[in-house]
Design a protein around this ligand. Structure first.
Ligand code: FO1
Length: 306
């Protein structure tokens, strides 16, 4: 079975671990968000690609939901001593990933090739593709100016009022090699429970990807990251509101129209099933909050069965 999953970071990582547990090697392809990418200390950091890679390699710090387990921050301390900005906390082991990535990019290798090399070194069986090799930077527009996603989310703790969200140069980006084929040839396309605006939005903003989803022969099945009127984690609620979307599975379905076929919603949102169906999306009620490994696998099974 060929499964292609569109993924952000922390929320996606849990479902991807569940899917990987249900699938054979080579059956899972992940199309990852690069809208969160940032330059830190001169290094190219791809937080969502790394979160997914570390999760599938069994190396993720599952408490934080990002970065590597068993981490230390000696370099960060050293950088603080030089007066460098340290609001984006890069761990020492994690730094090795950014050094290797940046070196390869400077040598002219595309992000997709570097991502595959890193995944192979960490013995990840799934294929992990960035949505694009070209820069796609999410910008958060606030009343006081424009912020890069990490400035908004980490430095300013997602406290700024959001006026709009832009995907920068996405309009000029091309899908990375293999992305359109992975969508076209999948037996199922999965949209992980990620932030619709800043995780999945930048992926489908890359010209060609939304069309491929619309033309896919497989059903596109999403998992709602919104439960009972609020995001399971992170600032999805405020960002959806800023984009004029209701903070509910209905808003998620609207963000993914017209290519979403089915949406898994929490039992607390079961009453929205009829409204989802009226919008042309089949509603499947399932436990979408993954509090342990058993629930990750159970949700993965529900996604595959939907
Ligand atoms: N998130 C934080 O809340 N604070 C951090 O200092 C932080 C550092 C960081 C370093 C590497 C990395 O791969 C991710 C990191 N994240 C941090 C998570 C990241 O900002 C977000 O989880 C994603 O961009 C949203 O999906």
């Amino acid at each position: 079975m060929r499964i292609t999953a569109l993924a952000g970071g922390t929320g996606a990582a849990k479902l991807l671990r569940g899917l990987a547990a249900c699938l054979g090697p080579g059956e899972l392809t992940v199309v990852g968000n690069v809208g969160d990418d940032a330059e830190v200390w001169g290094l190219h950091v791809s937080p969502d690609l790394d979160t997914v890679t570390y999760a599938l390699a069994g190396l993720l710090d599952t408490g934080r939901g990002w970065g590597r387990a068993d981490e230390s921050f000696r370099c960060l301390e050293g950088m603080a001593g030089y007066g460098a900005p340290t609001w984006f906390t890069l761990g020492d082991r994690d730094l090795a990933t950014h050094l290797v990535r940046t070196q390869a990019l400077r040598a002219g290798r595309p992000l997709s090739a570097v991502t595959a090399d890193i995944a192979a070194r960490l013995r990840v069986a799934a294929r992990i593709l960035p949505a694009s090799d070209d820069p796609v930077r999410t910008t958060i527009v606030t009343p006081d100016g424009r912020l890069g996603f990490q400035e908004y989310f980490v430095r300013d703790k997602a406290l700024a009022e959001v006026v709009a969200v832009e995907y920068g140069s996405a309009a000029r980006a091309r899908p990375a090699a293999g992305v359109l084929e992975a969508i076209a040839h999948a037996d199922r396309v999965v949209v992980c429970p990620s932030n619709p605006v800043t995780s999945i939005g930048p992926i489908v903003a890359v010209p060609g990807i939304a069309d491929a989803l619309g033309a896919a022969r497989a059903r596109v099945v999403g998992v709602s990251p919104i439960v009972g009127g609020a995001a399971v984690s992170g600032p999805a609620g405020a960002l959806m509101r800023a984009c004029g979307l209701p903070v509910s599975p209905l808003g998620v379905a609207r963000a993914y129209a017209p290519w979403l076929g089915a949406l898994l919603v929490d039992p607390r949102d079961a009453a929205l099933a009829a409204a989802l169906e009226a919008d042309g999306v089949r509603a499947v009620v399932a436990e979408v909050v993954m509090t342990d490994r058993a629930r990750e696998v159970a949700l993965a099974r529900a996604v595959l069965a939907a």
